[in-house]
Design a protein around this ligand. Structure first.
Ligand SMILES: C[S@@+](CC[C@H](N)C(=O)[O-])C[C@H]1O[C@@H](n2cnc3c(N)ncnc32)[C@H](O)[C@@H]1O
Length: 211
């Protein structure tokens, strides 16, 4: 699933004040840096709409949005830079190395929103809910921490349910039609708004780190 290259966004990205260029220097210090007691990490944030809306909803909490595609990250960067109030920071990185930038027990909530399904067997290890990612999430999550996952993709959802269980997470919540009821506490992502408009059900699950 390759995104069209957005030239202005790619050029804008390195100039952004929201972009954290050396996140390894903040490993273990994110809460102090963002002046919060509760840290959220959105992995695969795309154009950043979800983290931006969450930061506005929860001004006491800290939001870090991570994205590896330069066009999407550039759009997110500009969006964050233009926010006047409480805003997320951005990491332009591959989540495969997330333990390089976050210490043990540091993150309270990881958000996986409409992750790429990578349907072919040979690319399954790129799924953000595949075992090598889940092992890293366990390490950076606080003892009471959780992963919140939303998707419209039934196969990815079924795969992820087993993967989380196999990795020793404890299921805290599951719903097969999340947007059937209003959820003002959880903004829609860019992808989610499109799928909901097309009438797709949204699957959601919440997994606690089992300590
Ligand atoms: C289908 S899009 C969803 C974007 C957004 N979360 C939404 O719901 O609108 C998935 C995003 O995850 C990003 N992504 C996938 N694997 C990633 C990885 N290993 N590290 C960082 N970003 C990743 C992709 O570049 C893409 O922007």
């Amino acid at each position: 699933m390759r995104m069209r290259r957005i030239k202005w966004a790619v050029e804008y990205l390195p100039t952004s004040s929201s972009l954290i260029k050396e996140p390894e220097q903040l490993k273990g210090k994110w809460k102090e840096f963002l002046q919060t007691d509760r840290l959220h990490l959105e992995i695969g944030c795309g154009k950043g709409g979800y983290s931006a809306a969450m930061a506005s909803l929860y001004p006491e909490e800290g939001f870090i949005a991570l994205e590896y595609n330069d066009s999407a990250a550039g759009v997110a960067a500009k969006k964050f830079d233009e926010i006047k109030g409480h805003k997320p920071v951005l990491l332009w990185k591959n989540a495969a190395y997330v333990t390089d930038w976050f210490g043990e027990n540091e993150v309270d909530v990881i958000h996986l929103n409409f992750s790429d399904p990578w349907p072919k067997h040979r690319t399954a290890k790129r799924r953000l809910s595949s075992p090598r990612f889940l092992e890293q999430y366990k390490s950076i999550l606080a003892p009471n921490g959780e992963v919140q996952m939303k998707t419209d993709n039934e196969d990815l959802f079924a795969y992820s349910l087993l993967a989380f269980q196999d990795a020793g997470f404890r299921m805290d919540d599951v719903t097969l039609n999340f947007r059937k009821e209003p959820h003002d506490e959880d903004p829609m992502t860019e992808y989610e708004a499109k799928f909901v408009a097309q009438g797709h059900p949204i699957y959601r699950c919440v997994w606690k780190r089992n300590k």
